[in-house]
Design a protein around this ligand. Structure first.
Ligand code: 6GU
Length: 231
């Protein structure tokens, strides 16, 4: 998969995608991410890309033209129009289902919002998906873009070494993951649950399912409602 990120802070994107599992996936050629600096498409000599909002009010607005030129630069050689994700608290809230949908694309463009917003006309012209990462306000769309890239990348075959279906099942079932334990058997007076040492595979599975249910009920009652109504 190839992802173009249109941003005012390309270093933030580049640094993160060359680190850890994403970095390995990039080296293996499973994903490639280009961070494109919108400022490079400013049409004045000061490379200014924002201006005052019509109608007044606080803050600055990102102008339409530099964003459009950056978009054109990354899409001009493509056979068809890719999905263009605009990161905004006014978007639909990102979830595992959306991550899976994006992971099925070959090409994605992510436009990172900044200032008080982006001129609505360029959004109308190019954006296919308005996406938020949750109900709080951030200073810019770079961290949301990285969160989406991370969640999408780990769904691409080969990025994770283990079987990824098991990994994602939790959210697809609307249940949280069960607790995990590793050596030693006793740590700070806490024992690993006996069932996990029993070697009885069926009992282990049963225990894990019960733990998932309990945990979801207490921590995420909203998710638990969905778990109950899905069957
Ligand atoms: Cl996608 N952008 C910004 N600026 N703030 C957010 C967000 C996105 N999602 C939640 N808060």
């Amino acid at each position: 998969m190839h992802i173009s990120v249109l941003t005012l802070f390309p270093d933030l994107i580049t640094e993160a995608v060359h680190t850890s599992i994403l970095g390995r996936a990039a080296e293996a050629g499973l994903i490639s991410v280009d961070a494109v600096n919108i400022r490079d498409f400013a049409f004045n000599k000061h490379h200014k890309v924002d201006d005052y909002p019509y109608g007044g009010g606080a803050g600055m607005v990102m102008q339409a033209e530099p964003v459009y030129l950056a978009y054109e630069a990354v899409t001009k050689d493509l056979q068809r129009k890719p999905r263009v994700i605009y990161t905004t608290p006014q978007g639909k809230v990102f979830d595992q289902k959306m991550a899976a949908e994006f992971a099925a694309e070959e090409e994605l463009v992510i436009l990172c919002g900044h200032y008080e917003g982006v001129d609505e006309r360029v959004l109308t012209e190019i954006v296919t998906d308005h996406v938020s990462i949750g109900d709080y306000v951030l200073t810019g769309g770079e961290l949301p873009a990285l969160i989406m890239i991370d969640a999408v990348s780990r769904l691409i075959p080969g990025v994770l070494h283990n079987d990824l279906s098991a990994e994602t099942e939790s959210f697809e079932n609307n249940l949280l993951e069960y607790p995990q334990y590793s050596r030693p058997e006793v740590w700070h007076d806490m024992r690993v649950p006996d069932v996990l040492l029993s070697g009885h595979h069926e009992n282990v599975e049963k225990w894990r399912f019960e733990q998932s249910v309990e945990r979801t009920l207490s921590r995420r009652p909203d998710l638990f409602e969905r778990f109950l109504s899905q069957k």
